[in-house]
Design a protein around this ligand. Structure first.
Ligand SMILES: *Cc1c(COP(=O)(O)O)cnc(C)c1O
Length: 488
């Protein structure tokens, strides 16, 4: 191509490419329409199902492949409404009492919006000192919540608990100096109720061969600290290499809190990395009741907590906190020639040096904004409300004849089942849960404890109040009666 042809070609391409930048008026139109969609969603939310069975399951999306020329926004919003925001679980609903719901506080959406519009790069201090300061300030706030020393501790915001646990595991491994040849003799101590992302993390870290010891649990489903030391001694005697305790502060199954302050002296004595998975439970430290259940996290080498659970943020927010941020840096940082300008004059640690991520979402803003706009008080109240709602539910359901319940909840998760006079209890509760799902007004999930099928209630959304718990109780009784008839 001659230079003039090249210029003409570039000009034509620019003309087509400029459609990627809508002008002020178009932006306003789009904004209005999408904001209206969000407003309608939230207005209707109290009457929406927590779970919606559907035949098509969103398959209508497939009728609209990615086009060469763009579509109008209106039909796209219709698609979103019918194909995405209707079928399946409704995690925004206060009736969502399954898994671990959070809800999604509204200012987070505004934070995400602005983070995406400005697209600040929060990976490296030099690139966006403000964004990195904001994220580090949130990390320090969480560190102080668990009682870490401010000068030594640190951490990083990640997409969720699974990534945070993986990063913690790798950090512990590197700190212990373990190489692949060591893995078959390396031992990690946990319980059967550890979150399954632990097994996933082991596999991803290439440590499948490592030995996992499930330490027995007490009647509250917490690790029995007194069983740990004899096991460590047996392992040492066998020539194995104990290196990590993977404890939970709030298990997903039962909300049980392992006795971290009894584990930490053993971690110290045997030089084990003490990790606490507080993905679910961590933010209960904001409440007095939570602080009765959870203590000693300041002694842990690493702790994870999920703002998309305990701070009610929308999905996509986890945090890894470490007692000594140097160790995290040593495990996670890496350099490259094209990154050579980034290490100069860093006044703050850069998130890209503290996790596997490089280009990353500026996820601090979605957490900072709600905390700043609302203050901590309503978060504390809502978390404590969840603890009392769970106790209330547990009391009510324990008083109903035929229902068998788990131990008094420590936080805001409990489990139960109906034991029919005759027939298989597992089959009955499966039908009971299915009936609840078909109804859809509230959603609970299930688990297996000691091999038995249990229905599980987790109160962890800021939109869950007494009304939702009462509705759950009422529906349980209704559906139980219906299943009983069918079951007989
Ligand atoms: C939710 C949860 C995880 C996994 O976190 P994600 O954010 O879902 O990746 C890990 N551990 C516990 C205890 C959890 O509750």
């Amino acid at each position: 191509m001659s230079i003039s042809e090249t210029i003409r070609h570039i000009e034509n391409l620019e003309k087509a490419a400029r459609r990627l930048e809508p002008g002020h008026a178009t932006r306003r139109e789009l904004l209005n329409r999408f904001v209206q969609y969000g407003q309608e969603f939230l207005d209707k939310l109290p009457n929406m199902n927590a779970y919606q069975e559907s035949e098509r399951n969103g398959a209508g999306l497939l009728d609209h492949p990615i086009p060469e020329e763009g579509r109008e926004p209106e039909p796209l919003l219709d698609l979103l409404r019918t194909e995405v925001d209707t079928p399946g679980l409704n995690p925004a609903s206060g009736g969502h009492l399954g898994y671990i719901p959070g809800g999604g506080v509204f200012p987070s959406a505004l934070g995400d919006f602005l983070a995406a519009v400005t697209n600040r790069y929060a990976g490296v201090f030099f690139a966006s000192p403000g964004a990195v300061r904001m994220e580090n300030m949130l990390v320090r706030w969480m560190c102080s919540l668990i009682g870490y020393d401010e000068t030594e501790s640190g951490g990083v915001l990640l997409s969720g608990g699974s990534m945070a646990n993986l990063t913690a595991l790798v950090t512990a491994r590197d700190h212990a100096g373990l190489k692949s040849a060591d893995y078959p003799a390396s031992v990690i101590y946990t319980t059967r109720h550890v979150h399954h992302c632990f097994g996933k993390a082991l596999r991803i870290a290439g440590m499948k061969e490592a030995i996992v010891r499930h330490i027995p649990m007490d009647e509250h489903l917490r690790m029995r600290a007194e069983e740990l030391e004899p096991q460590i001694r047996r392992d040492l005697k066998q020539g194995l290499r104990p290196f990590m305790i993977f404890a939970s502060a709030g298990t997903t199954n039962a909300g049980a809190v392992d006795p971290v302050d009894e584990l930490s002296p053993l971690a110290e004595k045997y030089e084990l990395w003490l990790h606490v998975d507080a993905a679910y439970g961590g933010f209960f430290l904001l409440t007095e009741e939570g602080r009765k259940a959870i203590h000693g996290l300041d002694k842990a080498d690493s702790v994870i907590m999920d703002p998309h659970k305990g701070l009610f943020l929308p999905y996509g927010s986890g945090a890894l906190l470490v007692k000594n941020r140097r160790i995290l840096f040593e495990s996670q940082h890496y350099t490259a020639d094209y990154m050579q300008d980034t290490f100069e004059a860093d006044q703050e640690p850069s998130p890209a040096d503290l996790s596997p991520e490089l280009s990353r979402h500026f996820r601090g803003l979605r957490m900072w904004l709600p905390l700043q706009l609302f203050g901590m008080a309503p978060f504390r109240a809502s978390l404590e409300e969840k603890i009392w709602l769970c106790r209330y539910f547990h009391k009510k359901i324990s008083a109903l004849s035929g229902f068998e319940t788990g131990p008094e909840p420590e936080l805001s998760i409990t489990f139960f089942r109906y034991v029919p006079r005759e027939g298989d209890a597992d089959a009955f509760n499966r039908l009971l849960l299915k009936a609840l799902h078909t109804d859809g007004r509230i959603f609970m999930s299930s688990t297996r404890i000691d091999g038995k099928f249990y229905i599980r209630l987790a109160a962890c959304s800021f939109r869950t109040h007494k009304k939702e718990i009462d509705r759950a109780l009422k529906l349980l009784l209704e559906k139980k009666a219906a299943v009983e008839q069918a079951f007989a």
